[in-house]
Structures are given as structure tokens and as C-alpha cells.
Write a protein that binds this ligand. Sequence first.
Ligand SMILES: *Cc1c(COP(=O)(O)O)cnc(C)c1O
Length: 505
Amino acid sequence: MHDAARGLQFREKPIFERGSPGRTGVSLAPLDVDPVDARAHFGKQARVEETGFPEVSEPEVVRHFVRLSQGNYAIDSQFYPLGSCTMKFNPKVNEWAARLGGFAKLHPYAPEDLSQGALEVMYRLENALAEIVGMDHVSLQPAAGAQGELTGLMMMRAYHQAQGRSPKRVLIPDTAHGTNPASCALNGLVAVPFPGSADGIVHPEQLASLIDDETAGIMLTNPNTLGLFEEHLPQVAEMIHAKGGLVYGDGANLNALMGRTRPGDLGIDIMQFNLHKTFTTPHGGGGPGCGPVAFKKILEPYRPRPIVQRQVGETGGDTFSLVYDRPESVGRLRTFIGNFGMMVRAYAYIREMGAAGLKSATELAVLNANYVRAKISEDYPVAFDRICMHEVIVSDKRIQKETGIKTLDIAKRLIDYGFHSPTVYFPLVVAGAMMIEPTETESKETLDAFLDAMKEIAREAREEPTKLTDAPSLTRLGRLDEARAARKPVLRWRAQAQPVEKAAE
Ligand SMILES: *Cc1c(COP(=O)(O)O)cnc(C)c1O
């Protein structure tokens, strides 16, 4: 039984505190061989002590996890305007494709002649992604955008080393995502931050004095994390290339470019994709992800191995194989060939959309962001108030000055209105930032409902500020001490007064 319920909301003990000895969720056939002592075979490696796992029945375990999932907020349940994260709806046809038996049940050690379809999907996805961004090749191996960055910088380092050089400095604007300097540090490179300009984008003049023989390259996000298009990228790339450096493009914001502009044409040598952002694979939850890297020919020798190779068939169809003999490769980033299920989903999405569909997704993403920008600016000042790309950044500047209400209060109050907050306090260069990325999959009705909530919250800030400082007040739990919750999490059940009453007010 659930331990506390009001209406149809449940609150229950963690799974480790549930169940009773002997209760089980599986039924195995009786043992029809003689039992053996695992220690005789595995020695000390054999685990003989109790696991301490909860003993629960199948319905108990199913209900527990279904309820947990229902306590979550998801793109399948509501608008999710989390800037920089591209929380677009993921079409269910992707899930159908990924669950096809030939893909889902393929063992990673299956021989190549039995894995031809999977290898072909990888080959095709690499080519589609390369075409979309105007690059020569793609490696699907990295498991996330951040690991794509890591891989890209490893390849950049290998490229310099092959020429007998080891420049260490990587220029990174101060608007960059935190993973950029982290990927540098993991590669033994030195991140050299430089401040943004008054109009929010990088200008060649800013860099002239920073680029020297020690410059391994630059990392730029385009559009940048202010939602602005880096107009001077081609000149910047030329300056970097002139000194032997390379241009790394953080491709997390590809949802603003896809089908309209190709990073490869703008001078970028290497970039990552975040398939969960632009290409509708699920946003983790800690699960497997995929963050491919695309690169120009000059970096090809260093790509992770193995690589998928196509042999053109003379009579029948083509065949595909995995090539491991790549002496200059940076090596392997993931077990086997990466998280294949994500590749199937992204490929299904690209094929479902087609070239025209991808282009209109980009156009609608930018249109939606600009619709939000135009309307929201009545109450919240826009950080760089001109046409933006796929996301818009506003601040609490005016409200804070007039009422003392801060971004955090606004974000918490949005929960009472049934919306997930935008990304807050990022990028760091905008004080009290709220970064709103509506994405192309939201309707005008949804955007209007969100904008109405933001407007109402601005009014409350002036007239009924405690509604914001006490927010959220319609949730089961009120405002949490987030630092303490992260540092000293309470993972045990505690009986608690039942707070759903508040909702009834
Ligand atoms: C999301 C994001 C990343 C990191 O990507 P993950 O796939 O989450 O590892 C890097 N840079 C920018 C600009 C991002 O938005």
C-alpha cells in the first residue's frame, strides 16, 4: 500500500524500505541441475553475502516506479522552456524504430555479417549528419555533447602533435557552457577566457592580441549562449587558421541553424552534435546518450575507432564492416560502437523530417523564440534586444529594482502556474538571467499560456509579492533548501504532515 495519499497523489517509502522477506517479482522454474558452490568456480570474486535488495512483488515494483515517473515533469506532459537544452517533443516513431527486434535485440558481439542493417544505419546517419553541418566525416561514438567536446579536443591535440607541435591555449568566450573549459582541462589544454563585447558576439578585433603560436584553437558556440548568431565567425576562423589553430564549434545550438546554415561553411573544423537536443533522442535521465563529432578531412586520421566502412557491392548490395586498424586514432571513447539505440532514433527523425522538414523546424524554432521575445519584453527586459535565434534571454533587472523580487522567485512561482521554469542564472554574463527556449514543437496556444503566466507573475510581483517569495505553494513540498538537499539528501522515509491541503485553498 502507499503510505500517504491525498486525492490521487501518492507519497511512499523508498523502494529500499519496502517489501518483505520472500516476496518476489519473478517466478523461476525449479532448479533441474545440481546446485554448485559459486566459490568453487570464482573464488573470492563470488558474492555470497545477501545483496540487501528489497524483496517486492511485481505490482509493487511497477506501481512504485510508475508513481515516481508521474511525480516527474516531462516533455511528454507539458511545455519545457529550458534554455540551451532544446526540450522539443520527441516523436514516438523514433521509439518504434529503436524497438524493432533487429535493432533492439542485436548483441554487440554479433558478427558483422549478421549486423549489416545496424552498420548501414550508422553509416547513413554519419553521412546525413555530415551533410547537415557541411563537414567531411562524423564519428558516432561519444555518449553525450560533453563527451563529443572531449573527443573533438582530443582529435585537435592529436592533429597538432602529428605536426610536432603542442600548443596549449584554447580561447573561450565567457558566455560559453561550463563543459567547454572542462573539456580543455581534461585534455591538458588551457582555457583562455575572453570577455564578450557590448553587442553579445565575438569580434575579430577582440582576438587579435590573444592569438599566438601557443593557440591550439578557439571554442565557439553558434548561435552563442545568448541566442545570438556569431556573424563574424568566418573572419575569426581565418585568423585562427592563419596561426595554425583549429576552430571547435560547440554544436549544442544546432536547432537554430539546421537546414539554413552549415557550420562547416563558416570555418568550423570540428564540432559535436547533441542528439538529445537537435535530433529528438531522449534527454538522458542518466541513461545512454549520443553526442557525435563531425570534422573536416584534416582530422580524419585521429577519429575514434572502430569506424564503419562501406564496400560498394559489384553485383548485389553494399556491405559494411568495422575497421579497427587506425594507428593514429585517439582510440575508443565508448564500449563497442557507442549507444546504438540513440543512433536509430536520430536516423528515424532525420528520415521522417526530410531536408525540408529539418529546415522548417529551424525556422519555427526561431520564430517561436522571437514571438516570446516580442511579447515578454513588456514585463521583462530582454538582455540583447534584437532578433534572436532559437532562444531568448530576459532578466529580473526591472522587477528586482521595483519590487525586490528575483529570478528564483519567478521560477518557483511558474511551478504554481503549471510550467517548468526556463534555465535560470545562465549564462553568467547576464545578471538574473532567464533563458527561454520554446522550440519548434510548441503551439501558439502553449506559448500564449506561458506568456500569460509570466505576465501575471510580473503583476503579482508588484501587488502581491509574498505569492512569489512563498512559491511554490501548490506543490506537495514548498520551496526546498536546494543546497542542503544536494549536500545532505534524506533518503529515508519520514512521516510528514500531509501538505496537499494547500492545493485546496
Ligand atoms: C547542453 C550543452 C552542452 C553539453 O552537452 P551534453 O550533451 O549535455 O553533455 C555543451 N554546450 C552547450 C552550449 C550546451 O547547451
